[in-house]
Design a protein around this ligand. Structure first.
Ligand code: HEC
Ligand code: HEC
Length: 346
C-alpha cells in the first residue's frame, strides 16, 4: 500500500514537472517570473458607447469656446496620445502647470493624473472639461450644446436609453479610452517566449532595467501607473531644481500629508519613446537625461552611457499596436542625445 502511494506521488510529481516544462516558455516566463506583464487585447467595453466616446473625444464643443477637443492635447496619430509640449495649452492659449501624459493604456493605471486625484477615467473627464487651463467649460454648457445636436441625442438615446447627461458623457469617453490599448509589442512577443522578438542589446537593456531596480517602480502591465513614489526618494530633487508651481507638490495636494510631498504617480513607460518631454514638469527633453535623473534621485546610482543606451533600446521594444498598426518608431531619435552620437553628428 505504502509502495503504491509512493509510486502515485512520484507519478504526480512527474506530471506536474512536465506540465511546468511544457508551459514554461509561455506561462512561467510571462506570468510567474517577469515584473512586466502583457497588455490585454481588449477590455470589457460596449462598442456602441465607445463609439459615442470617440466622437466626443474629438469634439471641440466640450470646450468653452468650441476651440479644442481632448485630442488637441492627446494626439493619437502622431504624438503617442500626448502633445509633445513641456506644458499643455488650453483654451485661449492658457498654459497648464504640467506635462500631458498619454491617454493610451490609461485604463490600466490605478488612478489618473500625476497626483492621482481622479480615481477613475470617468472622474478624470470632470477635470479636463472644467479646468481653467484646459477646456474651461461647465457641465450645463456642454450638455446644452450636445442636446442641440440631433445625432448625439439619437446615439445617447439608443445606447443609454436616456437623454444626454454628464454621467453618460463621462462614461462614453471612458469607454472609448478603455479601447486605447496598445498590446502586441515586440517585448510582449518576447515575454510569450519568442526569444528572437527582441535583439541582444534590447535584452541587455531589459536586464539592466531590472538589475538597476527601475522595475521596483516601473512594473506591471503598463510598466508603471500602479503606485506613487517620491521624485527624489534617494536624493533631494527639489533642492537641486526649484519648485516652480503648486503641481510640484504632487500627491500632497490631494492628501495634505507631509510624506506625500513631491510624490507622483509612477508614469507608464509603454509609450515613453514617443512622448517627450518627460516628468510631471516636462523639464527633461530626452530619455537619456531622464534615465540619468532617475538613476541619481531614485536609485543613487551613476549609470554609464552604454547602459543608458541599452535601456533606451529596451524602451523602444515597449510600444505595441493601435488599430493593428505598430506604434514603434522606425528611427531611434533618443539615441542622438547620447554623447558618442552627439560627437558623431557635430
Ligand atoms: C489643454 C490640454 C488638454 C486637454 C484639452 C485635455 N487634456 Fe487630458 N491631460 C492634460 C494634462 C496636462 C494632463 C495631466 C494633468 C495632471 O496630471 O494634473 C492630462 C491628463 C489626462 C489623463 C490622465 C492620464 C494619466 O496617466 O494620469 C487622461 C486619461 C486624460 N487627460 C484624458 C483627457 C480627456 C478624455 C480629455 C477630453 C475630455 C482631455 N484629457 C483633455 C492635457 C489635456
Ligand atoms: C523609486 C521609484 C522609481 C525608480 C526606482 C525609477 N523610477 Fe522612473 N519614475 C518614477 C517617478 C515617480 C516618475 C515621475 C516623476 C515626476 O514626473 O516628477 C518617474 C519617471 C520616469 C520617466 C519619465 C516618464 C514620462 O513619461 O515622463 C522615465 C523615462 C523613467 N522614469 C525611467 C526610469 C528608469 C529607466 C529607471 C531605472 C534606471 C527608473 N525610472 C527608476 C519612479 C521611479
Amino acid at each position: 500500500m505504502a509502495k503504491e502511494t509512493a509510486r502515485m506521488i512520484t507519478r504526480l510529481a512527474a506530471a506536474i514537472g512536465s506540465l511546468y516544462i511544457a508551459m514554461s516558455p509561455v506561462y512561467a516566463l510571462d506570468f510567474l517570473h517577469e515584473p512586466i506583464k502583457r497588455i490585454p487585447q481588449t477590455l470589457d467595453v460596449s462598442p456602441d458607447k465607445a463609439a459615442i466616446g470617440k466622437k466626443l473625444f474629438f469634439d471641440p464643443r466640450l470646450s468653452v469656446d468650441n476651440s479644442i477637443s481632448c485630442a488637441h492635447c492627446h494626439n493619437l496619430d502622431e504624438k503617442g496620445g500626448a502633445d509633445a509640449l513641456r506644458h499643455s495649452f488650453g483654451v485661449q492659449g492658457r498654459e497648464g502647470l504640467v506635462n500631458a501624459p498619454t491617454v493610451f493604456n490609461s485604463a490600466l493605471n490605478s488612478t489618473q493624473f500625476w497626483d492621482g486625484r481622479a480615481k477613475s477615467l470617468e472622474d478624470q473627464v470632470d477635470g479636463s472639461v472644467q479646468a481653467h487651463a484646459e477646456m474651461a467649460s461647465t457641465w450645463p454648457q456642454v450638455v446644452e450644446k450636445l442636446r442641440a445636436d440631433a445625432e448625439y441625442r439619437r446615439l445617447f438615446l439608443r445606447s443609454y436609453k436616456t437623454d444626454i447627461n454628464p454621467a453618460n458623457i463621462k462614461h462614453a469617453i471612458a469607454e472609448f479610452e478603455r479601447t486605447l490599448l496598445t498590446p502586441n509589442s515586440r517585448f510582449e512577443r518576447y515575454l510569450k517566449g519568442d526569444e528572437n522578438a527582441i535583439n541582444a542589446e534590447e535584452k541587455d537593456g531589459y536586464r539592466l532595467f531590472k538589475s538597476y531596480g527601475c522595475v521596483a517602480c516601473h512594473q506591471g502591465r503598463n510598466v508603471g501607473g500602479n503606485m506613487f513614489q517620491v521624485l527624489g526618494v534617494m536624493g533631494d530633487y527639489f533642492s537641486d531644481h526649484k519648485v516652480e508651481n503648486k503641481a510640484d507638490y504632487g500627491r500632497f495636494n490631494v492628501t495634505g500629508r507631509q510624506e506625500d510631498k513631491y510624490r507622483f504617480k509612477v508614469p507608464s513607460l509603454r509609450l515613453a519613446v514617443l512622448t517627450a518631454p518627460y516628468l510631471h514638469d516636462g523639464s527633461h527633453t530626452s530619455l537619456a537625461e531622464t534615465i540619468r535623473t532617475m538613476a541619481k534621485y531614485q536609485l543613487v546610482r551613476n549609470i554609464p552611457d552604454e547602459d543608458v543606451r541599452s535601456i533606451i533600446h529596451f524602451l523602444y521594444t515597449l510600444p505595441g499596436e493601435y488599430e493593428g498598426k505598430s506604434l514603434e518608431p522606425v528611427t531611434r531619435e533618443h539615441l542622438n542625445f547620447l554623447p558618442e552620437n552627439k560627437v558623431a553628428s557635430q
